[in-house]
Design a protein around this ligand. Structure first.
Ligand code: KG4
Ligand code: ZN
Length: 357
């Protein structure tokens, strides 16, 4: 089954063709980063206008690169939400019109589900993904721990009480004058720094799987204020200290959840999962069979397999992940996609309503 995926939830106009949820036949991304660098963040109207300009050429390019015409496509998938309404509408409308003209099923996809299914793009017959598994989805807007017992079945274990990890990376980068997008900039600065500042690692309480990054962000703000003029050494050390504190709580809660639910696999997904230190820390803690919770050391009794997307292009926003997610959802309940969704684009879409176990 060949699915054309379309993604326009934020600042990338993307289209891709994926066969059977795994084989990427084309993956086209028109990034708006240079446009938003000027304002230090995404201005929704500016993003939407750019999507409107790019959407048709990007879709045509994806079909051309896959060497296919619309008639050869079996279904059209697009990001329904969450995201910026004015941006979502562009992709949703393009997908709706194409599906109607070509009489192909229209598959709305939750953006977070898309990030989760990016790991399936790299699955092989020799190394199949084994449920149950726990996914840490960390992006600019979301920070969730999700338990999956089968395809298209999600149980929310924990979420952020305030900022998502990516948002914290972006805000701290701005405080340090590192520009947009903040995550990669913090990661680069941290490589030249030392995590020598003691910053809060916020577990909230010993039972919860929820996260909070506002205290960590305020601690960085106070540190920056104390400095006055920021030296390169301070910026690098502060970036490393922040990254260490954020990755520490993310990895500890992820491993505690894997222990509690006895999963076979641990997955990292979303833009922040591109972070080298996060990947390394989770790998190290699994290898050492231990994790922390409010200063106490705990033992992992099972060693789950760790997966993250090796191709960074599939970590951050792309349309191949949307087509992959669409395939598994469609295969599970094809009848659900026989009608056009009542709400074509939903900026506040939650993934745990209809599919929640
Ligand atoms: O998943 P994504 O592309 O878009 C959303 O759905 O939000 O994630 C974007 C987020 C941004 O906050 C960006 O700063 C962060 O992912 N990010 C990173 C890295 N690369 C992207 N954060 C930490 N380290 C990275 N290497
Ligand atoms: Zn995303």
């Amino acid at each position: 089954m060949k699915i054309l995926g379309i993604e326009t939830s934020c600042d990338e106009t993307a289209a891709a063709v994926v066969e059977n949820g795994r084989r990427v036949l084309s993956n086209v991304i028109a990034s708006q980063i240079p446009l938003h660098e000027k304002t230090g963040g995404v201005v929704p109207e500016v993003a939407a206008r750019e999507h409107a300009v790019k959407i048709v050429p990007v879709i045509n390019d994806a079909l051309d690169k896959a060497d296919l015409a619309l008639k050869d496509i079996d279904a059209i998938a697009y990001t329904q939400g969450p995201g910026l309404l004015s941006s979502l509408i562009i992709g949703a409308t393009a997908a709706r019109i194409m599906s109607s003209n070509a009489e192909k099923p229209l598959i709305p996809v939750n953006h977070i589900t898309g990030h989760i299914y990016a790991n399936w793009l790299e699955e092989t017959d020799e190394d199949p993904i084994k449920f149950p598994l726990i996914v840490l989805t960390v992006s600019g807007g979301h920070n969730d721990l999700v338990l999956m017992k089968s395809h298209a079945e999600y149980q929310l274990i924990g979420e952020t009480m305030d900022d998502a990890a990516g948002e914290a990376f972006d805000k701290v980068a701005r405080l340090l004058g590192l520009g947009y997008p903040g995550g990669p900039a913090i990661s680069r600065a941290a490589e030249n720094g030392e995590a020598k500042y003691k910053l809060p690692i916020v577990y909230i309480d010993k039972k919860t799987f929820n996260f909070s990054f506002s205290g960590l962000k305020t601690a960085v703000l106070n540190l920056v204020k104390e400095q006055g003029k920021l030296s390169t050494n301070f910026i690098n050390d502060c970036a490393a200290s922040f990254q260490e504190a954020a990755c520490c709580v993310l990895s500890d809660k992820l491993l505690r959840a894997s222990e509690e639910f006895g999963v076979n696999e641990i997955h990292l997904a979303g833009g922040v999962s591109a972070n080298k230190r996060l990947r390394e820390m989770v790998r190290e803690k699994i290898a050492a069979s231990q994790y922390f919770n409010i200063g106490k050391k705990f033992k992992l009794t099972k060693q789950p397999k760790l997966r993250f997307v090796s191709n960074i292009v599939y970590c951050t926003d792309n349309a191949a992940m949307i087509a992959a997610a669409a395939y598994y959802h469609y295969k599970k309940q094809p009848e659900q996609y026989s009608q056009t969704p009542i709400i074509l684009a939903d900026p506040g879409l939650g993934m745990y309503h209809s599919d929640c176990s």
